[in-house]
Design a binder for this molecule. Structure first.
Ligand code: NDP
Length: 513
């Protein structure tokens, strides 16, 4: 839908269903462009006083939000489960990561946003005091997908708010309720009205991009490109965290049971609907048979279902019927091209469940090895050696993250440095995402910019301002200022030459020669 079309659907609502049961769990308004603009104007009017509070006082509000999240955890988990169909443990994890990000950035906001005093680099500016100041983009738009409806808005909005920006969240129309809860929490703690949420389809997101001063987007590469193009037209910055096709490389010397356990979790967490999900596995030939045997055993032991509230399921549903269609298409395409299904392979028919699936005898002619599946499939390919594994791992338009499984850590690190991806975990999956001092971002078609990453994760929401002040009592006229009489002009030129030339004696000698 285009942003023009959205004005005609002003009175519409979106119904939210539980993908596990089909039950209606809520509804939200389709907010037309003029409402988005009005919300942004309102945020704009409150942002200066939020910025003026300073990072210490802003951190107090964020810590209150963390306490509210913890006090309301059970209800929030219910909401996340209801709109995504994910198991309770995975929904809890969304809330806890959001709280952890609040702790990390609230404790460090003052330090990360402090003015930086810099030294002049040469004689020309030696009389100046230099200060770099971080000033927030007034309004940051956070556009989020349906796979982690609490975690992603939380992780992006928290550092932006701490930076002093006002934040407008536009959640996916499939899962808008969690973001609405986040906003409810902000209002309930009585925080200044600098966080808002608008609901609607993609066109509402388009209206956000047209109105804010910076965009942080997570979602598909296709939409990410469209948003980056529009941001370019408006000359506003954007961060886009996009899809992935993350490879796992299993070396013959790996602890195979750990590799299997880690890859099963890394491939099936959130039913495989995560940008850094393990999407394809390359196993060195000597370890292949045993790896497949152990992985099949492991996946067989995993419980899929609708969590009854007692942590009764490990893996839940896919979020939408479209995801069922994509995953089914990838499995069918693989089988048609000669792959074998070791376990799983079909949608269960009731709810949006697709069985955890292992595909064998796969190759790079198949969609399951090239396109983002975003589902509970683990395609496994035998490779002759590590060189073939690295070549195939890099044979992708995506470059988000990768895992390497080996008992030789030094070798693992050397392999990591040859992979064309933004993050590598050795003998682990997802680990980099929880290490907030590290950046999380994609290379190639997996994104532009990164989130988290210590100071950078909060400074990205800021414009840098350069301030110079005199160190010495000011003169009436500076050497470089007008007028340029013949004498003064020559003196200025000579002075500049003197200041930039590093090897004056050699130059003087050359002139004389
Ligand atoms: P999209 O990228 O289309 O949606 C992500 C967010 O962007 C949603 O809030 C969406 O709104 C919004 N949006 C859509 N179009 C626009 C636009 N023109 N301007 C501004 N905002 C817009 O993801 P899909 O839901 O369509 O998923 C498609 C595929 O993307 C998946 O199959 C998966 O492969 C990948 N994906 C990757 C994710 C990741 O974490 N990297 C997350 C989700 C999906 P609305 O949902 O209301 O249309």
């Amino acid at each position: 839908m285009s942003t023009d079309q959205i004005s005609s659907s002003a009175a519409e609502t979106i119904t939210v269903r539980n993908p596990a049961t089909g039950a209606i769990v809520g509804s939200v308004a389709v907010q037309p462009t003029q409402e988005v603009v009005a919300v942004v104007n309102e945020l704009r009017s409150h942002q200066p006083s939020w910025e003026a509070l300073g990072p210490g006082a802003r951190a107090v509000w964020l810590r209150r939000l963390r306490d509210w999240l913890l006090d309301n955890e059970s209800h929030l988990v219910d909401v996340v489960c209801a709109e995504t169909g994910k198991p309770r443990a995975e929904a809890t994890f969304e809330i806890m990561v959001t709280c952890d990000v609040i702790n990390y950035y609230a404790d460090r906001a003052r330090k990360f946003l402090a003015d930086e005093k810099l030294s002049p680099h040469g004689l020309l500016t030696a009389t100046k005091k230099l200060t770099k100041v971080y000033r927030p983009y007034p309004i940051v738009g956070v556009i989020t997908p349906w796979n982690f409806p609490m975690l992603i808005p939380g992780v992006d909005a928290v550092p932006a708010l701490l930076a002093g920006a006002a934040v407008l969240i536009k959640p996916s129309e499939e899962t808008p309720l969690s973001s609405c809860e986040l906003l409810r929490g902000w209002e309930q703690i009585g925080a200044p009205p600098v966080l808002a949420c608008v609901t609607g389809p993609g066109a509402t997101g388009g209206a956000v991009v047209n109105a804010v001063d910076m965009v942080q987007f997570t979602g598909s590469t296709k939409t990410g490109r469209a948003i980056a193009a529009r941001a370019g037209e408006r000359l506003i910055p954007c961060g886009v965290e996009l899809g992935g096709k993350d490879p796992a490389i299993v070396l013959a010397d790996a602890d195979l049971q750990r590799a299997v356990n880690g890859i099963a979790w890394g491939g099936l967490l959130n039913s495989g609907q995560a940008c850094i999900s393990v999407e394809r596995v390359y196993v060195e030939a000597p370890a292949y048979d045993r790896f497949v045997e152990l992985l099949t055993e492991k996946v067989r032991s995993i419980r899929q279902g609708n969590d009854d509230g007692s942590y009764s399921a490990d893996v839940g549903t896919l979020a939408t019927p479209q995801q069922i269609e994509i995953v089914g298409r990838h499995v069918e395409d693989a089988v048609a091209r000669g792959a074998k299904v070791a376990i799983g392979g079909t949608a269960t028919g009731s709810g949006e469940f697709f069985e955890p699936t292992i595909l064998l005898d796969v190759d790079h002619s198949m969609a399951c090895m090239r396109e983002e599946t975003f589902g509970p499939t683990i395609p496994v390919m035998k490779v002759a050696d590590v060189e073939e594994a690295i070549r195939l791992a890099n044979d992708s338009p995506y470059g988000l993250s990768a895992t390497v499984w080996t008992n030789d850590i030094e070798r693992g690190e050397a392999i990591a440095r040859r992979l064309e991806v933004g993050g590598v975990n050795i003998n682990d999956a997802y680990a980099n995402l929880f290490c907030f001092p590290l950046p999380h971002g994609g290379w190639k078609s997996s994104g532009l910019g990164s989130r988290l990453g210590g100071p950078q994760g909060i400074r990205k929401y800021c414009r840098q301002q350069a301030i110079t002040t005199p160190r010495l009592p000011a003169m009436k006229n500076e050497v470089l200022w007008y007028p340029y009489s013949a004498l003064r002009g020559r003196m200025v030129a000579a002075l500049l030459r003197l200041l930039v030339a590093r090897d004056i004696p050699r130059r003087l000698r050359r002139r004389g020669a």
